[in-house]
Design a binder for this molecule. Sequence first.
Ligand code: ZN
Length: 502
Amino acid sequence: MADNLRKIYLMNAIFIISLISSQVQSAEIKQSQETYFTEANTVLDKKLNQKPITSPAKNIILFIGDGMGISTVTATRILDGQLKGHTGEENILSWETFPYTALAKTYSSNQQISDSAGTASAILSGSKTKEGFIGINQSVERGDCKGSQNNHLDSFLELSEKAGLNTGIITTTRITHATPAAAYAHSSERDWENDADIPDEVKQQGCTDIAQQFVDFSVGNGIEVAFGGGRGNFLPENKGGMRTDGRDLIKTWKNRYKDGQYITNTKDLNDLSTDDKGPVLGLFNNNHMEFDALRSKDADGEPSLAQMTGKALQILQKKDGGYFLYIEAGRIDHGHHRGNAYRALHDGIALAEAVKVAKEMTKNDDTLIIVTADHSHGFVMTGYATRGNPILGKMRENDNQGNAEKENALGLDDMPYTTLGYYNGQGAEINKGRTDLTHIDTEAKNFIQQAVVPLENESHGGEDVAIYADGPDAYLFQGVVEQNYIFHVLYHALRLEKKLKK
Ligand SMILES: [Zn+2]
């Protein structure tokens, strides 16, 4: 009898539980047919099925958007969407589909808000160091040549070469500029890009300029592909360069690599042989490469970041073994320094196109792709702009019914203002109030956004930047991390320790 009672209780309990769960299932959430609701729910389903790839990476592609803080990413996303004819806010940049993200703290060992030398050295060496340092540890002073000689940091590119991998560097700046230089050079002063930049007593102490170090690089079998600007740092004055030691380092490079290919424009890049031959050096401008928005797109002009990325991958993928490709969209930073969001954001879009190419040309299960920034900028996106308001335009708000106003919003000074602006830089004038923007086209190529503090150069921002990652070990990017942590994931993902022991 007791057994039967127990059975009845049990049946009742099961009945009640199933009743409750079916109530939950059929619970009508009023907004469940809203598109925003269903789309977010689809993302949840995808996330629930997402499995981290824990097998080793064969290849790594590391993209740096120089100065690409989160406000820059958002504004780039909107501009890209608007250029495609949409409202923009809903747009997705190529790296924004990556499943894993983290925030990186970008301060350097001696500075709250850092430059690109300290941050690039941190990303590539696994240890923070001082502002202005290229691959030198924090124990010496800036500009100390002697002290720097025994205080090098191994870069991830050097370690990759030591481990027998193929390597590549792409940048839209001079190849001797801070971010790319941190991959192959060691200097206690980032500005020593050619011999004319170095004081005589430093030369006598045996420190060489960064262009010279690029040509002398002799770790592993050397850098397989290098594309960027900065030809002038390799050439003597009588050949249109800036060197005062009379050296033609391009000639030196050609003599060193008899099977190498040296190129200078888009046509050369297109005609380049991607067969497994010697290294490739492309120097497409005497100085930095042109901003993407101003770039000459014909055959004798400069290739886009996406074109350089595609070609470098074709070359590296034909070689035996894995590769480490380090790519910098370096002029986002320069657009911002000028206080010109137009240039900065168009270079951001060029980066998104390059990441798209990299994604399409690689396999998710063997290539770790990371997109991050070295530091942010004093760049803000603010106000109560209506949906779809041109991101480079003047502020237009919504009215009391929530519909777009026809007129621009005005400040207390009765003048219109833009959504985008800078805290400091050229957009502020000494002892002068704001310019009236009523008859000024703020979406024009050369418009300088308004700022508060007048400075010749708008400056870097100190808040965290994002890390976006996809592929093997991408899941290790979670939470808030120190920027130098990036190296440690790269090192683990390639299982470099094992490869270096061989
Ligand atoms: Zn900068």
